[in-house]
Design a protein around this ligand. Structure first.
Ligand code: GLA
Length: 779
């Protein structure tokens, strides 16, 4: 709800939060409050507002009449350069005389029903009554109008912000900085948390104290990037998963972004998020408007889990546009790690038939099906089938896959162009590169110039063809980062617009194709999670979160993604026993227990599976299908981090089902107790708690096998090996009923681990990186 009082106090309230600012004596907006819900009445306003009576020595007063108006000492709702605020500003504009001073004054406001942007992905009301507040600011002398736009998502406790800059003058103006969101706060020992990584190591969490100066998390590689995800947090000291104050921020944008925290000597903290100014500027002619991407913020005093719930609900309801948003997803099998570039149609069909028998529903043909693509150094841009590999083309293969009873999916990388391609021969000027200069390649390829409409139209046309070949699913990849921000189709003075204009082009492509092919399930990928952001999530209901399919790495990658993104957005695959990225061996059970907390897929040669493995896969697929209906909008809970035991649990929206996983990193000698904490279950309801049992090979006991085996074998290795073929050591699963209140306050205690003094069927054999999965259903 938006309330505006007579003394021009703006109160924006959601279910459990209040956000406030007011128009001060010089017609600037001062920030008042963002936190737990309060009544922002007159008394509260008087109590909250800055009470500066005199200027600070050597600071600049806004004007002679308002001596105490030293902008550097105020909490501001927006900021510019040149009028006394010395911190990094929200907006910076260069005028034709070279000046960068901007003096924006409040003009008025309007409340409207939610307005969506055309050229950029943005939040959508989707049937909810969402109010937008438009605040108009004007620099009278420079003839520049700035509009601050707030959208209030009451039920999710989310407020979004964006900005528009319009040139009303006759001279051109150059926008140098146009952030989407500024939040000024009193610094109360905040911690700035950002998530960084790289290929196969996405989303490592970094916590840095906000003391003095600037902390910056940013991407300069042309994609939102796995180097620095745009999702960040600011939390107060002592915040845990279950308790404490925390703000979460994200940006609906896929290009270079920057999130910064600046603390000054008065202990004021300024947070900014938006387009990275280092690779950006934008010239506006008379009458032209620049729109920033939309930024998202949430606040809670109930810890990180609750902050995640706010964002997850908002993303599922108001960001993901696809009709698949709340649909359970098909189990897929992907050909990449099974065959890489070495396949022919008969191998694909063999894999598909076997997969269908296991209950897998979607067959995805990854890279290598087009042009002369037998390695990763050619053919990007030539989106026609390689008839040697697919004699009947895509349509022939998809018809056959459909006949097997599966859906058919395909990999594409439409933004890439290989030097070895017909497209490059015909249009070398379509690559983002300097003409006649050496160009640095990434994965032997270049990036198409999506600032050029002709190229945008080519991509739409070529994908229209691919998408029409009986395709039910598309994995849209992008496998390099930007180097030359240079378009051969733009005038030289516009080169600093390339990084942003590229995304305007990409968003036009995605908008067109997703509208034309709404029935296609789209998966976003950029060498894994190199472009996992809310901009892409608008078009893609799922993302291939990392090229790393190692269950141990994935457990941490997926858990950290869950701070900012719902788990149902993550594609998670069970890959080969010796992982291709780490060569670590993990059991099929471990790989599945981790992949189950995402959209399940398999990425291994299922034809190589032993009968035992195949049956296990069949069981896994069956279990996933039982859980997937509620998984799409389940609440995720992380327990406070124990470095050796990582746990994750999800609870269905109606609180009828839950599941939790624990991964032990290293066997801890003498430690037998392990728990999974559950949260959010109905206190008085009765639940069935259960887990599967295990048959452990006798060989896992080494030379102790003779002690634990039912027959005494002395130390005869040959006999032990032989016996191991017929006898296994049982570990019983759990099976009991209990009330929700117990699960919420204590959790589920697992069977005790083997600690060196005996083993029976009520003991668990819990190895390095082992997992256990607990399932819970309301009775
Ligand atoms: C990228 C993707 C992989 C796979 C390959 C194919 O690396 O992240 O999943 O699709 O491309 O070349």
């Amino acid at each position: 709800m938006i309330k505006v009082t007579e003394n021009k106090v703006f109160e924006l309230s959601t279910k459990r939060t209040t956000y406030g600012f007011f128009v001060n004596d010089i017609n600037y907006l001062e920030h008042l409050y963002y936190g737990k819900k309060i009544d922002l009445n007159n008394e509260a306003f008087e109590a909250l507002k800055s009470k500066q009576e005199f200027p600070i020595g050597n600071a600049v007063s806004y004007d002679e009449e308002h001596q105490a108006m030293t902008l550097e000492s105020k909490l501001l709702e927006y900021s510019t350069r040149g009028k006394g605020d010395i911190r990094n500003p929200l907006v910076e504009i260069e005028y034709v005389n070279g000046s960068r001073t901007t003096d924006l004054k409040y003009q008025g406001y309007e409340i409207k029903e939610h307005v969506e942007m055309e050229e950029l992905p943005c939040s959508r009301a989707k049937g909810e009554k969402i109010e937008d507040l438009f605040i108009t600011l004007l620099d009278q002398e420079n003839k520049v109008e700035v509009t601050l736009i707030y959208s209030i998502y009451e039920s999710d406790d989310v407020i979004t912000r964006r900005m528009e800059i319009k040139n009303l003058g006759t001279d051109d103006v150059k926008v140098l900085r146009a952030f989407s969101l500024q939040l000024d706060l009193y610094n109360e020992e905040y911690t700035f948390t950002s998530f960084h990584g790289g290929w196969t190591k996405e989303m490592k969490r970094y916590d840095q104290p906000c003391i003095i100066g600037s902390l910056v998390s940013e991407s300069l590689v042309g994609l939102s990037s796995s180097r620095s995800n745009p999702f960040v947090m600011l939390s107060k000291k002592g915040c845990t998963e279950e308790n404490g104050e925390v703000y979460g921020f994200n940006l609906i944008y896929s290009g270079n972004h920057q999130e910064s925290v600046e603390v000054d000597t008065q202990n004021h903290l300024r947070f900014l998020t938006g387009i990275n100014p280092t690779t950006f500027s934008y010239t506006l002619k008379n009458g032209e408007t620049f729109r920033t991407p939309e930024a998202v913020m949430t606040y809670t005093n109930f810890g990180y889990n609750e902050m995640s719930h706010n964002l997850h609900g908002f993303i599922n309801k108001h960001i993901v546009r696809s009709e698949f948003a709340f649909m359970p997803r098909p189990v897929l099998i992907n050909s990449w790690e099974a065959a890489y570039f070495k396949f022919n149609q008969s191998l694909l069909l063999k894999m598909a038939k076997k997969a269908a028998k296991a209950g897998i529903e979607l067959f995805v043909l990854d890279d290598g099906w087009f042009g002369e693509r037998n390695e990763d150094d050619s053919s990007l841009g030539d989106w026609k089938e390689n008839k040697k590999k697919l004699p009947g083309g895509l349509i022939g293969l998809s018809t056959k896959i459909h006949k097997i009873g599966m859906k058919f999916g395909i990999w594409v990388e439409p933004e890439g162009i290989s030097e070895k391609s017909n497209l490059y021969k015909a249009h070398p000027e379509w690559a983002l590169k300097l003409k006649d200069h050496h160009h640095s390649m990434g994965r032997h390829q270049m990036i198409l110039d999506l600032t050029n409409d002709e190229v945008v139209n080519y991509v739409i046309e070529s994908m229209r063809y691919v998408f029409s070949q009986g395709v039910d699913y598309v994995k849209w990849d992008m496998n390099r980062v930007f180097t030359d921000y240079f378009s051969q189709s733009l005038a030289s003075e516009k080169m600093n617009e390339v990084s942003h204009r590229y995304y305007l082009g990409l968003y036009r492509i995605l908008d067109t194709l997703t509208k034309e092919f709404p029935h296609i399930l789209m998966e976003n990928c950029a060498s894994g999670g190199n472009r996992f952001d809310l901009g892409m999530c608008t078009y893609f209901p799922q993302t291939w979160a990392s090229d790393n399919t190692d269950a141990v790495s994935r457990m941490s990658i997926q858990r950290y993604y869950s701070y900012g993104y719902p788990l149902n957005l993550l594609g998670c695959h069970v890959a080969s026993h010796h992982n291709h990225q780490t060569l670590r061996f993990t059991t099929l059970d471990i790989r599945f227990n981790v992949a189950l907390f995402g959209q399940l897929g398999y990425e291994l040669n299922i034809c190589d599976a032993t009968r035992k493995e195949f049956n296990e896969i069949k069981e896994q697929v069956k279990l996933y299908k039982q859980q997937r209906d509620y998984f799409v909008n389940a609440k995720v809970y992380r327990s406070s981090f124990d470095t050796n035991n990582v746990t994750l649990s999800v609870v269905s929206e109606d609180k009828k089902h839950a599941m939790g996983v624990i991964m032990q990193h290293r066997i801890a000698a003498g430690k037998w107790e392990d728990y999974i904490r559950f949260h959010g279950l109905e206190e008085n309801a009765e639940y069935r708690v259960y887990s599967k049992g295990y048959n452990h090979s006798l060989l896992r006991f080494g030379t102790l096998a003779n002690m634990v085996s039912p027959i005494h074998l002395k130390e005869d290795r040959g006999l032990i090996k032989l016996l191991a073929k017929f006898v296994s050591m049982k570990e019983q699963g759990l099976e009991y009923n209990v009330k929700g209140e117990l699960l919420n306050s204590f959790g589920v205690g697992l069977r005790p681990s083997y600690i060196g003094t005996g083993f029976n069927d009520k003991t668990k054999l819990f190895g390095d990186f082992d997992t256990r999965l607990i399932l819970i259903d309301q009775k």
